[in-house]
Design a protein around this ligand. Sequence first.
Ligand SMILES: [Zn+2]
Length: 255
Amino acid sequence: MHPWNLEDLTYGRVKQAPSFAVGVLPLGATEPHNLHLPYGTDTFQVDVIADRACGHAWERGARVLKLPAIPYGTETNQMGFPLAMNLNPSTLAKVIGDLVDSLAAHGVLRCLILNGHGGNDLKWLLRELHRATPVRLFLCDWFRVGLDVYETIFQARDDHAGEMETSMGLAHFPEKVALAEADAGAVKSTRFEAVNRGWVQITRPWHLLTTNSGAGDPRAATAAKGEEYTRIASERIGRFLVELAASPLDAAFPF
Ligand SMILES: [Zn+2]
């Protein structure tokens, strides 16, 4: 039972201490992750990071509230794989918008959207909600939080189900990982140099890009690497939450 975790709280406890300064909304996904990680990988990972970050903040006196993770994300480019479960970007935006409205109604006026799935593209939603809600919104892809130290932990960059995500799995849900079954996570280039260089963007059809949905070699993964990246990411996010919780919502916010 964690006092920052809404799923754990009773109404009795909420009645005693109803005010929270920051809501943290984790976003996951339901999709294949190579042959060896579970469909819930993105949700399991973001839930751990959110929980650790909120715990870090709570220990430093910040009244943060971890909301239940949304277990679905945008999968329009993964639908060539069986049982990828899609919420279109506009649907996901409606869900998040309704939850932000709920926070506003309950007086929680700061919110960190903690994203755990690369297919969720939400900066536009912050722009759209900016004048529509009193809630001050922040967006974080947890997997980018430690990119500056990434090479000190991992051998190769992870796009999907590679060394980093597999290390997270080994650290936090090892009973659900079948690393011996993984393929090497090789990806193809498109026929367009501009796309391959990145100055023209597309949404990549994942079943054509990859062999078994993995993009990145998972075979150097270890639990210790996953635990180290978790510690760095959750402490950094936790420190931000402490600052955000203590920050007055004055006219100059966030400056
Ligand atoms: Zn993932």
